[in-house]
Design a protein around this ligand. Structure first.
Ligand code: GLC
Length: 745
């Protein structure tokens, strides 16, 4: 049989097809050399290649080849810079391609519903616009190298607790406006080669077996044509998942291949369903073949990792401009993280770095003639009280000698990981004791925190300078020193709110759920939407971040076009040094038919300006970004009204604002017997006729009293005593109106 150059499902046997829709090994799909079908190699992860050539696992337990460990998503997100995200994606694509990897399993774009989620380090933000824009950019970068992406975890996978079974119970608006929104943007704007379905259930249905999610929404509404791949081990019933639209089960499962063959033989599975998945997998094989295994420049990638680490650092406090440091200042370094960097998260994304910087070595290497006193201060393991006390005393002794102390705190690797959630936001007690003791003997303490999930930063009140470094990747130490010494002016902004207390967080009473269910009780009010809506104080707001310079905003203009709103303003660097500002555009509709947050991020721009430089900035906001999801008609609706449009340096540092009148979409809810008198009587076509049908009841009331009855469903009134009509006659009139309104406009 001649091997077709571009095989299609119809030339393959049922058995061949059944073998293609389930993995052939932990990381590979089935090859069919006799049919000219190459096997695909898929592997993690979102911030570095985790390619295993020996034992395979999906939790980072076994070795993987050396690869550049970029800062994880939590850090990249703080840059608010899609161009940077695209560059990282491109570099990862180059490394993946150089090892013959066809699909790299990222980006992770799940929304940060609670700061306790163990995988927040691997995700971007509490905001769907920021998550979607950065995720799409990362995918474009990766796929520009001929490597397929796998945007994950689709969908509503916002906790690690019981993640393979728990049901995320989410209302339609929150699902569409918050939890699916970033996926929709990535799919529509970047066409990822694959979408990875999540482990969990959504409103009781496993994502891997949900036709509404995988076919109706993903393919029919969003037009997705790529491959849906399962998370590793997410498939329970392979036949049911195939019917739902899950093309590729990973990893290998002989049981699944057999189940598909049996279902085909017994007529329980239509072969056309199998063919659709096989054709999509064959298309992916074709799409990823041929890209040259170009060598990569790992030094260049290390430099990019350093740039990202510095760009992701958020300067939260800088009293009396203590930062940037001067090289002549007598600096002491305290904290085990200066010697043992906390630079990435644990689990399936774990990277074996090509090299790893630490602050202490870099400082001592930079000034070999100058001693850099160091004390660990605390242990990353559980040290006994005596050992802890000794470490603390040593730290105090070192701090006494210093003009400035760099104190490096953070979450130990064991504190946060894929597979489990945190129970609280505090740093380890031993670290806080060291901070308090050091503060007793030194006024100039700069605290740098390394953590993947938001932590309680209340200790920051006691120090003059505080930097949130997130997880810096293999070059994080160099990135931090670039910021500390002013070689890089910090421009990171918070992509997640830092709350005053865990109890204030939106999901506090519903995380991580109970008895197999997690109620998303906060609805659309996630992150800053919640704190702003409830007028809660926060430690540091979404979008916040300081600089070594300052920026002013002026001359706001807002214009509404047919397809988009254009927001323009003049941004000026009014400070002494060049710097980068992340200007943010927020919008809302104060008088809305639905409950909206006081402001929602609708656009942003990361702008580099020289000292004294001004630039006119223009940010376009697609009209659709203003829409709410109307579950009554399963559609996005842009409401008419006077929108609030704000421009600021953070969600709570609004510099300019305006009101903008927007013409809304016509909304017509089909009439039914449950429609009320208030909804039916005004109808121009049938309103008077329905009033006539119901006169036996209505005629007895004056107009004022009638106003109080408008919430009565017409179907109920049609059965009232005295009414000479029937629900059926009223229903016929309603159907006439619906037909007329749904016809050509
Ligand atoms: C893991 C993760 C997923 C990863 C996959 C393969 O369980 O949920 O993000 O890509 O399995 O390791």
């Amino acid at each position: 049989m001649s091997v077709p150059s571009r095989p299609k499902a119809e030339v393959l046997s049922p058995e061949q097809k059944a073998s293609l829709v389930t993995g052939a090994s932990f990381w590979e799909t089935r090859a069919l050399p006799e049919a000219g079908v190459r096997g695909l190699l898929l592997t993690d992860g979102p911030h570095g290649l985790r390619l295993q050539v020996g034992e395979a696992d999906h939790l980072g337990a076994h070795a993987s080849v050396p690869a550049t460990c970029f800062p994880p998503a939590v850090t990249l997100a703080a840059s608010f810079d899609p161009d940077l995200a695209e560059r990282v994606g491109g570099a990862l694509g180059g490394e993946a391609r150089s090892h013959g990897v066809d699909v790299l399993l990222g980006p992770g774009i799940n929304i940060k519903r609670s700061p306790l989620c163990g995988r927040n380090f691997e995700y971007y933000s509490e905001d769907p616009l920021l998550s979607g824009v950065l995720g799409a950019a990362w995918v474009r970068g990766l796929q520009s190298q001929g490597v397929g992406a796998s945007v994950k975890h689709f969908a509503a996978n916002n906790q690690e607790t019981d993640r393979l079974r728990s049901s995320s119970d989410v209302d339609p608006r929150a699902l569409r406006e918050i939890y699916l929104r970033a996926f929709e943007r990535v799919v529509r704007e970047a066409a990822p080669a694959t979408v990875m379905c999540s482990y969990n259930r959504i409103n009781g249905v496993y994502a891997s077996e949900d036709p509404w999610l995988l076919t109706r929404v993903l393919r029919e509404e969003w037009g997705y044509e790529g491959v849906v791949v399962s998370d590793w081990g997410a498939v329970g019933d392979r036949v049911r998942s195939l019917r739902a639209g899950l093309d590729l089960e990973m990893p290998a499962s002989a049981r699944s291949v057999s189940a598909v063959n049996v279902a085909l033989c017994e007529g329980a599975l239509d072969e056309s369903v199998l063919d659709s998945s096989v054709d999509r997998i064959l298309a992916l094989v074709r799409k990823t073949e041929g890209a040259a295994l170009a060598p990569v420049d790992l030094e260049e990638h290390h430099a990019l990792a350093q740039e990202v680490a510095a760009r992701g650092i958020v300067l939260l406090k800088n009293d009396d401009d203590l930062l940037p440091l001067r090289p002549d200042q007598q600096l002491a370094v305290i904290g085990e993280f200066a010697r043992t960097p906390r630079y990435q998260g644990a689990g399936s994304s774990l990277v074996n770095p090509t090299r790893l910087d630490c602050v202490l070595d870099l400082l001592r290497g930079a000034t070999p003639a100058v001693d850099v006193p160091f004390a660990a201060g605390f242990s990353l393991d559980d040290a006994d009280a005596a050992a802890e006390e000794a470490l603390l005393r040593e730290a105090v002794a070192v701090a006494r000698t210093a003009e400035v102390v760099l104190l490096m705190l953070g979450l130990p690797p064991a504190a946060e990981s894929e597979g489990r959630d945190r129970m609280h936001l505090s740093l380890p007690r031993a670290q806080l004791r060291v901070l308090a003791a050091v503060r007793e003997v030194c006024d100039h303490v700069v605290v740098a925190v390394s953590n993947g999930g938001v932590v309680d930063l209340s200790f920051g009140e006691d120090v003059p300078a505080l930097l949130e470094c997130w997880l810096g990747g293999q070059a994080g130490a160099a990135g931090l020193l670039d910021v500390l010494y002013g070689r890089v002016n910090p421009s990171g902004r918070l992509a997640e709110t830092v709350p005053l207390r865990l109890e204030d967080t939106p999901s506090y009473l519903d995380f991580p759920g109970e008895l197999g269910h997690t109620r998303y009780g906060e609805g659309v009010h996630v992150g800053y939407r919640w704190y702003d809506g409830r007028r809660l104080g926060v430690r540091y707001p979404f979008g916040h971040g300081l600089s070594y310079t300052h920026f002013s905003y002026r001359d706001l203009e807002v214009r509404a076009g047919a397809q988009r709103v254009t927001v323009s303003f003049t941004l000026t660097n009014t400070g002494p040094v060049a710097g980068r500002e992340v200007a943010q555009v927020y919008a809302s509709l104060p008088l809305s038919v639905v409950r909206r947050a006081p402001r929602e991020l609708r656009g942003f721009a990361s702008v580099e300006l020289e000292s004294g430089e001004s630039r006119r900035i223009e940010i376009a906001v697609d009209r659709g970004e203003l829409a709410y999801w109307d579950h009554r008609i399963d559609a996005w609706i842009v409401e008419g009204g006077d929108y609030s449009v704000e421009v600021g340096a953070s969600s709570r540092d609004i510099r300019l604002s305006a009101t903008l009148a927007i013409t809304g979409d016509p909304v017509r809810i089909p009439l039914s017997l449950d429609s009320t008198l208030g909804e039916v009587l005004p109808d121009p076509l049938i309103g008077e006729r329905v009033r006539h049908e119901l006169d036996g009841f209505l005629a007895q009331f004056d107009e004022l009293t009638l106003q109080g009855l408008l919430s009565l469903p017409v179907g109920r009134v049609a059965t009232f005593p005295g009414v000479d009509s029937t629900p059926e006659r009223v229903a016929a009139l309603l159907a006439e109106a619906n037909a007329a309104h749904s016809g050509p406009r």
